[in-house]
Design a protein around this ligand. Structure first.
Ligand code: F6R
Length: 590
């Protein structure tokens, strides 16, 4: 979940390069930051708690060609300057930034302490520079010492280490992302592409179980287990610098909500033969399982209704973190479809491993090209939403749902019908997302912002959207929001409703409209303030937010005003919607 960025090459402002680049990865973790620069006097380290966005990069590394930096999302040890990375070796010649968990750190720490190593932090990460130093003391050169040290670590991690005497930068990856940017002026090694996007769009992917070593002029990849050299090809990526910036918007979250004017059309622009092949694989599979985490899981839940309503085909849906015991249902003829924006989520990767161990095929629906999930899958469909920087997923979700709905239509042998519907939906969303609409939502937010409890109900595909609305509101505004299937209310939660409790009903024009209106009426009878998100006004609504009528694509439309409401609640309650407390965008630990 932490962010790592290192640079070595011809530039002499490496310190500011890595700090500025890491500001683009702050979504990965933002409780503390740190930088190590190779200066004339040795390695200079600066680190502190707080956000890297507040750090003035010009203060660092103006005469250095090698530097690495880190943003932390604390797992082991509290949020303190001492626990911030980079960590140094005993002789201060090696600096290390780390993402992930060294599971056997306690045993290693004990062993190293017995040998006289002193620990200055409570992190699992600090064992890394000491282990590398130990290997060097045994006579191995730096890059080989990093590789040998990695053989001692258990767990999923990415490491970036620099060595002052040789000027080498060495990375290693087992389970957490690390990507090389190949520039005309040197090599950039980072957890994610936006860190170096303004310097280069040419990348080389480090695979799990590999190291990368560079002196700034050349680069070598190796297998961690054997030390054998691995050849890599250069890949040109399609994301642009502009896509990764917030432009005129005050927050990435709002920018990404507005991006949905175009991102649906990009998601739908798939190779038709590929979609038909995926549909055929679902048709012939003995059991199709859809898994994801958080918001992506809600996309899977919505897809269960798409497959039922559109193509009358049964699929199984499960949160990736709960998939472990499903292995009894898996066979070589089963199909696992994993859904993930980042393509790095640890629970999803684990679900893939479970399926692979049973010989099942894996299809990935992801946003980030070249991500761990897309490279581990047998086949990948990209949703092409462009970089999603806000922690709260918005355009990622609607892109995922669009691709899944398209597949449902292909399964019905009606791919073009589905494509037309989704392209029309994209146009409807474009019309809907005008300033007056946002103002209207802002007014509703200001009416309910002082309430600490908020309930959202939906039926059919609006049920997962009610759950998703609750996630969005919880994570950015810290209001206690809960989503329910409309029919569940009277089985318990209705006891929570008091005079004036805001309740939102997600309503479509479909076979469950009358049912959900009845559920809203039950809430109103207990004093709730009923806010309807619907194509038509119903008498029961105290407030009505009109949505376009989009048939089977209705949940894709209905979630957008809820995303704006979550954003508005956050801003009006004085919270930063781009960086919710305790969260990080890429959840690379289980
Ligand atoms: C909520 C949110 C998370 C992610 C979840 C999975 O707004 O963004 O719930 O959806 O962490 O992440 P990905 O899609 O990257 O696998």
């Amino acid at each position: 979940m932490c962010g790592i960025f290192g640079y070595t090459g011809k530039r002499d402002d490496a310190g500011s390069v890595v700090i500025d680049g890491l500001k683009n990865l702050e979504y990965r973790g933002y409780d503390s930051w740190g930088v190590a620069c190779r200066e004339e006097k040795g390695i200079l380290v600066a680190k502190d708690i707080g956000k890297i966005s507040a750090v003035e990069s010009r203060e660092f590394g103006h005469t250095c060609c090698l530097a690495l930096a880190h943003t932390r999302w604390a797992t082991h040890g509290g949020v303190t300057p001492a626990n911030a990375h980079p960590h140094l070796s005993r002789d201060r010649t090696i600096a290390v930034a780390h993402n992930g968990i060294i599971e056997n750190h306690e045993a290693l720490r004990k062993e190293l302490m017995q040998k006289g190593y002193v620990f200055l932090s409570q992190t699992d990460s600090e064992v890394i520079p000491h282990c590398i130093e130990e290997e060097m003391c045994a006579g191995y050169p730096f890059a080989e010492a990093v590789r040998r040290a990695c053989l001692r670590f258990h767990g999923r991690y990415a490491i970036l280490a620099m060595h002052e005497p040789t000027g080498m930068l060495v990375g290693a990856r087992t389970g957490s992302p690390l990507i090389v940017g190949v520039g005309d002026d040197g090599y950039y090694v980072a957890s994610d592409i936006p860190a170096f996007l303004e310097h280069t769009r040419t990348v080389q992917y480090i695979d799990d179980g590999e190291t990368v070593e560079t002196d700034g002029a050349s680069i070598v990849f190796r297998d961690i287990a054997t030390g054998q050299e691995r050849q890599k090809r250069e890949v040109r990526i399609t994301w642009t610098v502009e896509q990764a910036q917030k432009g005129e918007f005050p927050h990435f979250m709002l920018k990404e909500i507005m991006d949905q004017k175009e991102s649906i059309a990009r998601a739908v622009n798939q190779d038709e033969d590929a979609i038909r092949r995926v549909a055929e694989a679902i048709r012939s599979a003995k059991g199709t399982f859809l898994v994801g985490c958080g918001t992506a899981h809600k996309a899977c839940m919505a897809a269960e209704y798409f497959f039922s309503v559109v193509s009358e085909h049964h699929v199984n849906v499960c949160s990736a973190g709960e998939f472990k015991l499903y292995h009894h249902f898996l066979a070589p003829e089963s199909l696992l479809i994993v859904v993930s924006q980042s393509g790095e989520t640890a629970d999803v990767l684990e679900a893939m491993n479970i399926a692979k161990s049973k010989g099942s095929k894996v299809l990935a629906i992801v946003n980030v090209e070249g991500s761990s999930i897309s490279r581990a899958a047998d086949y990948t469909l990209l949703i092409n939403a462009g970089p999603e920087r806000a922690v709260a997923s918005t355009k990622g979700l609607t892109g995922q749902m669009s691709v899944l709905l398209l597949i449902a239509y292909a399964l019905k042998h009606a791919l073009h019908e589905g494509k037309t519907l989704l392209l029309e939906t994209g146009a409807l969303i474009n019309d809907m997302l005008n300033p007056r609409y946002v103002d209207r939502i802002s007014a509703i937010a200001s009416r309910i912002k002082s309430h600490e409890d908020l309930y959202i109900i939906g039926k059919s595909w609006h049920y997962p959207m009610a759950l998703e609305s609750a996630i969005k509101i919880q994570e950015v505004s810290y209001v206690h929001a809960e989503g329910f299937a409309g029919g569940e209310l009277k089985h318990g939660p209705i006891a929570l409703i008091e005079q004036g409790t805001p309740c939102i009903a997600l309503v479509g024009n479909d076979e469950v409209t009358a049912d959900i209106i009845n559920n809203a009426t039950e809430l109103k009878a207990r004093g709730a303030l009923v806010i309807g998100i619907a194509p038509e006004r119903h008498a029961i609504f105290d407030e009505w937010l009109k949505t376009p009528d989009a048939a089977a694509a209705q949940p894709i439309v209905s979630i957008i005003p809820m995303q704006i409401l979550a954003y508005e609640l956050a801003v009006q309650r004085g919270k930063d919607p781009d960086m919710p407390r305790n969260l990080a965008k890429s959840v690379t630990v289980k």
